[in-house]
Design a protein around this ligand. Sequence first.
Ligand code: ATP
Length: 771
Amino acid sequence: MVGPANGGRIPRQVLSVVNGGQELGNRAGPGSVSGSDCGGFEFSREDVESLLNERIKTKAKDKFNFKEKCEVMTDYIRRLRNCIRWFQAREGDLLLQLEKHGKLLESAEKKCNDLEMLMSEKEEELNSIIMELRKNCIALQEKFAKEESDKLAAMESLAEEKDARMSAERSQKSILEELERAQRESSSANQKILSLNDMYKRLQEYNTSLQQYNSKLQSELNQTNEILKNAEKEKVAVLENLSSLRGHCTSLQDQLAATKASSNETTKLKEALASEVGCLRLDLQKVRDDRDRLLSQVQDLSAEVLKYKEWTGKSVAELGNLTTKSNVLEATCSSQSNQIKTLQEKLAAAEYKLEMSDVSAFEIRSGYEEQKRVNSDLQLRLAEAELKLIEGESLRKKLHNTILDFVLPQELKGNIRVFCRVRPLLFDDAAENEPKTVSFPTTTENIGRGVEVFQHGQKHSFMFDKVFVPESSQVEVFVEVSQLVQSAMDGYKVCIFAYGQTGSGKTHTMMGTPGSFDDKGLIPRSLEQIFESRQTLQNQGWKYEMQVSMLEIYNETIRDLLTINRPGSTESGTKQYAIKHDANGNTYVSDLTVVDVRSSREVSFLLNRAAQSRSVGKTQMNEQSSRSHFVFTLRITGVNESTEQQVQGVLNLIDLAGSERLSRSGSTGDRLKETQAINKSLSSLSDVIFALAKKEDHVPFRNSKLTYLLQPCLGGDSKTLMIVNVSPAPSSVNESLCSLRFAARVNACEIGTPRRQTSSVKQLDARFSYG
Ligand SMILES: Nc1ncnc2c1ncn2[C@@H]1O[C@H](COP(=O)(O)OP(=O)(O)OP(=O)(O)O)[C@@H](O)[C@H]1O
């Protein structure tokens, strides 16, 4: 290819032509040189070629577009031609129409002139009307102005009314809201009323069902009481039967033994007689042999005599000798015959005797067999009776611990029950001329349960589970608690404590008068009952082990009352006894002496020993006042191997130190300290009881040794009885009221539910504990 003569460069003007007259300055790439710098040769050949190619491409595109445009234009021209043709065809019609329209236009012009005339007339008319209207308008404007002012006033009043209406609307709205609320409330109240009615109905139904249940319970109770009575009667009858059977059995056994002895004797006699008969038979044989021998001798001698008689020549002397010899022999022979006779008689008698003894031996043997049969019969009946007794006893236990507790509601009202005992007036009380301060209501519902105290002419009434009047004996008090004591044998933790002011009769109630049969207190009586019942239950396969410990809490210090102090030893006084509760709810005191006991006599001995170690002192109110809390604990472990049952009961009997007011007790020095310690621990006891009653999260058991020791009895699952002792002395009325108020609050408490501690024999835990 031949390029331009300027070395392949194309002048800018040429490019401009190629490019359709467009300037290419703005297309210059990097490295291009401006025209002024290069004397008109600005672009390279390649650039131009690419530009040309581009231009060719656009031209080709434009050509294509132009073609399209041509086609459109051709079509357009064709349609225009069609139109022209159509117009040419319609030209005549259109001319005719034009003419018609000219005429019409003329008539219209005419009409228009007429109308103009009419219009001018009308204009005049209208002008007059307008004038009139203007006048009217002015009048109307005046009226309008008036109306306007009226309107303004009306608007103002309207605005006022609007405000009023708004406020009325607002108040209406609020009233409506209130109404709505009231309606809602009313509907909810209605609903409530409905639900209350429903609830009332349900309550009524519940009430009737409760009443039915109550009457059912009552009838069940009556039935159970009947059953209990019958069981008791049966038990008594069985016991009587058993004892008579036992008596009969022992007499039969005695008879049997006597019969056996007489049978032995008879056998021995028979054997002696048999040996005697043997001897006699031997003798007889001997005598018979002798007799035979002698007879043969006599015969020989007789033959000799005959021979001698024949012999006449023999001497007479010799003959005489022989005769005497023969006589002697005959005499011997006859005496021996006699002997034989007597021996035969003796033998016959012995043989008769032997026969008789054989008969009597047979009779005795048959009698013995008969006795044996009767005896086994009796043994069977005895076993049956014992079985019945066991069943009766277990029924008693069941009834006692479920139904009785349900009815006399230790389990319904919690584990604390309260008895009150008012002691008789003592000589020291010196109240002869003073009016009585304590009395007992006699109404049916209060009798035996109510007590009234009069202070400054005002009556204060109290109700407890049981109230003992001054005339009540120790036995009467014990009868009421004996069932509770029995519970300890059945595996319950039982705690009985006496509370009251100093000199009110706590020690009398708990310990009584030592050595007196009638005045024995709860502790010795309980122990007697427990050991008696241990004896009875032994026949049913129960084996009980008892352990005793006794301690006192004096000035917040524990003292072991069973420790054997050598003279001068202060071991017990210095030892630190720690109260511990383990994970199983058992409480024990470290290092405390625990003694195994087998009889109530052993316990009495220990009680005497403890009584000698107790801290007692004299106060203005009591000659022999207990200055410490005395805690007697009997742990009972019973195992029945035949039924594989095991029970663990604890009996805590507590004689609390007397509450007293410092002013009245006349305490000073050590006594004052004692009294303060006593009062502190008693107030801790009341704090604990009230915290439990209120079901508070924290119960201050640790505030005193007494409450910490009794923690399982107070807060746990034990059966607790508080006996509040009251003095009827008018001088003690304030203290009596305090004690009774405290007891009444305790009585109203509902704490815990008693639980029996039973397990299988394998789970036996022999450790000593308080609860
Ligand atoms: N029920 C009663 N019948 C007869 N006498 C009684 C009775 N109760 C108490 N007494 C007599 O009252 C006196 C004081 O009784 P007791 O020592 O038992 O009181 P206390 O409450 O234990 O006193 P303290 O707290 O000071 O030890 C004693 O002489 C006791 O014999």
